[in-house]
Design a protein around this ligand. Structure first.
Ligand code: GRF
Length: 217
């Protein structure tokens, strides 16, 4: 049975685009993107969904009294599309445990840092400020802990002497567009899974994340 992916976005949606290009448009027998939801009406990601013919909705968190009711509204829309796999793609809201439990082991997030370094915002500037020699991005199963949850894969990016936050972000983003669709495909075809907050790759528990530069794809 095809996996029905629901994507949550808030911004430009370049990660959404990479999932559209590498999974949705390839007529994969494993997966389609069934629905995209943005919590901000102006998100360019919505335009990308429209252009790809993917149903898209705006659910603004400011219209709900609390996180729980906002998240119930997200679930209600995803249920209409029978979504069974959720991808957070530049989604700028923290999700509570209730939402996470509803899709146990079936929610992935992409984050622009080598977690556990630099959870939250402004990761590129923080990596520069801390004078790290390398930076990168991570895909992990989402839990209610912000940018926590079992890591699956990371892509490393050297920090160059003349880098600023923008130049670094640009190179990291290119890597995000490789590892995120790859991981989503893996979850769809059973190469990875998450049980009891442990990530598995090809049936083996991951004690540390895979590295993009060490796997053959
Ligand atoms: C990406 O670095 C993503 O990981 C972060 O926001 C940036 C832009 O994402 N959370 P997108 O272009 O909206 O996918």
């Amino acid at each position: 049975m095809k996996n029905k992916i629901g994507v949550l976005v808030s911004g430009g949606g370049t990660n959404l685009q990479s999932i559209i290009d590498q999974i949705h448009n390839k007529n994969s027998h494993d997966a389609i993107i069934s629905c995209v939801i943005s919590n901000t009406p102006s998100a360019y990601a919505l335009r990308r969904a429209q252009q790809a013919g993917i149903p898209n909705h705006v659910i603004e968190h400011i219209n709900y009294p609390d996180r729980t009711s906002f998240e119930q509204a997200l679930i209600q829309v995803f249920d209409q599309y029978e979504v069974n796999l959720v991808c957070l793609a530049g989604f700028m809201r923290v999700l509570e445990d209730g939402f996470i439990q509803n899709y146990q082991g079936r929610i992935l997030n992409i984050h622009p840092s080598l977690l556990p370094h630099f959870r939250g915002l402004h990761t590129h500037q923080r990596a520069l400020d801390h004078q790290h020699k390398e930076h990168g991005c991570s895909v992990h199963f989402a839990t209610a802990e912000l940018d926590g949850g079992p890591l699956v894969i990371q892509a490393h990016e050297p920090i160059l002497a003349n880098d600023d936050a923008e130049s670094l972000a640009q190179r990291v983003l290119e890597k995000e567009h490789i590892i995120y669709p790859l991981c989503i495909q893996w979850l769809c075809d059973g190469t990875i899974k998450c049980e009891n907050e442990v990530a598995y790759y090809q049936g083996k528990a991951l004690t540390q994340p895979l590295r993009l530069d060490e796997i053959s794809i």
